[in-house]
Design a protein around this ligand. Structure first.
Ligand code: GLU
Length: 473
């Protein structure tokens, strides 16, 4: 069997993390099976069109390493195909015209709501005669075409949920063709998945309740049923459905914050699926090899932000310093940080292990560049006083001043020079290293003083020490 999967988003203007998972799983499965991955834009809801959304989506898929093999197919460019299919159903009596007004349908819904009965169209228009229909159409009366749901039961197998049977009594006579002549999602999805020979429909759980309608349509058209796989919901840590309110849901927002595409694919791949019990970092090729529809969980997958942060840090640490600098370039531009390249390399080298995002690197670099203002109290080690701190800073300044410039390119030599001062005076490390570190960073917490001396170089280090000394009375 030639496997064909598809990603069929509505062009909302951004890629939701749930959409990324659908696209990713569909892509992984197609690649693993030497199949084809299709992109289809489901834009039949003309009221919800967002300009530029399709290009933006394609760009994001490319960034994420998920370029489609075919497409984008655009549903609004395929209207004739849907109309032909609706005509086939009308001709066979599997669909019917409906002229009910919005007002009537609203009143019907309210009535059903009040009686607590299932909300379904009451088939008033099913009983119109051929002549009545013809004259209404001739008079340009607005109308839709509805599916005539047959009696009986509908059964299908979901690869994740197993066999599902539903009584057709529960299925509404779905609108297939809208007043504006556009198909509804339900008609277009069935026609297109068949037309594009899609063999595996992988998508979010929210679509599972639509499958009975689709299966009815497949049967009416005589199409071969594809395999369905509905992925578990993605949840907030409090187990509610992932929502904007509790954090970002757009992949573009994560990229803009400096999460790497490879982190996001790895992280999203594990939402509802864990290839092996013993680890969480997988290369893209491993994901292709290990992807297994039968191993996808039925229950919801929690979006764990702390895990995402951890994972991004892990991926950032696999990058070389030049790679990191290149990746962080847009973030420097955004933050308007312009920095000497060798200074940046040293910052990168020291900060690498502590980064969560690429934005962090730009933020840290900015901090190193800024002149520092701080409370002089931070210069004083907890077991010492200001006089002691000042005395050591003044002495260290002399030591460092005498240290040749080229020693500042070697952290080990800088450490040896400061340690020699400590040993010769039999001081405690804290008395010396604490004020030095705080003087250089202007912060209570920072990299160690040798790293800071190395980052700043001689002139800037001396300047910072002088500034600290001037703050100590
Ligand atoms: N157009 C639907 C969406 O926006 C796709 C549903 C499907 O994959 O069938 O998510």
């Amino acid at each position: 069997m030639n496997v064909v999967t598809r990603f069929a988003p509505s062009p909302t203007g951004y890629l939701h993390v749930g959409g990324l998972r659908t696209a990713l799983y569909s892509y992984l499965y197609a690649k693993q099976q030497n199949g084809t991955f299709i992109l289809r834009i489901e834009d039949t809801d003309q009221a919800r069109l967002v300009p530029g959304a399709v290009d933006a989506l394609i760009a994001t898929l490319k960034t994420m390493g998920l370029p489609p093999d075919k497409g984008p197919y655009i549903q609004s460019e395929r209207l004739e195909l849907y109309r032909e299919h609706v005509q086939r159903l009308l001709d066979k009596g599997d669909a019917y015209y409906c002229f009910c007004t919005k007002e009537r349908l609203t009143a019907l819904r309210e009535e059903q709501q009040a009686m607590k009965s299932p909300m379904k169209y009451d088939r008033t228009c099913l009983h119109l005669s051929k002549d009545e229909i013809a004259s209404k159409i001739a008079a340009n009366e607005p109308h839709v075409v509805r599916l005539l749901v047959p009696e009986g039961k509908t059964t299908f197998t979901d690869e994740i949920r197993g066999e599902i049977t539903i009584d057709n009594k529960e299925v509404d006579d779905q609108v297939l063709l809208k007043t504006d002549g556009f198909p509804t999602y339900h008609l277009a999805v069935v026609v297109d998945d068949n037309d594009m020979s899609v063999t595996h429909i992988i998508r979010g759980d929210e679509w599972i309740s639509s499958v009975p309608k689709h299966v009815i349509l497949y049967n009416m058209f005589g199409f071969t049923l594809p395999k369905f796989a509905h992925l578990p919901l993605i949840l907030n840590p409090d187990k509610s459905k992932l929502s904007k309110r509790q954090g970002d849901v757009a992949v573009e927002d994560y990229l803009a914050k400096g999460y790497l595409p490879e982190t996001l694919t790895n992280f999203v791949a594990l939402l509802g699926f864990n290839p092996t019990a013993d680890r969480e970092i997988y290369s893209f090729d491993e994901l292709v090899q290990l992807f297994d529809l039968s191993k996808i969980n039925k229950s919801g997958a929690v979006f764990d932000h702390a895990k995402l942060d951890w994972m991004n840090g892990m991926y950032l640490r696999t990058k070389s310093t030049p790679e990191l600098i290149a990746l962080a370039k847009p973030f420097f531009e955004k933050s308007q940080v312009s920095i000497d390249p060798s200074f940046l390399e040293r910052i990168c080298e020291i900060e690498k292990d502590r980064l969560v995002t690429l934005q962090d690197l730009a933020d840290r670099a900015l901090e190193y560049l800024q002149s520092i203002e701080f409370d002089p109290a931070i210069l004083v080690w907890k077991k010492a006083d200001a006089t002691d701190a000042k005395m050591h800073l003044v002495a260290l300044r002399q030591v460092l001043e005498k240290t040749p410039d080229d020693m500042f390119t070697d952290r080990i030599l800088l450490e040896a020079a400061v340690k020699k001062y400590i040993e010769e005076g039999s001081y405690q490390n804290g008395n010396v290293l604490w004020p030095l570190r705080a003087a250089l960073s202007g912060k209570e917490k920072s990299p160690n003083p040798f790293e800071l001396l190395w980052i700043f170089g001689k002139q800037e280090s001396l300047k910072r020490i002088d500034h600290a000394v001037s703050l100590l009375k």
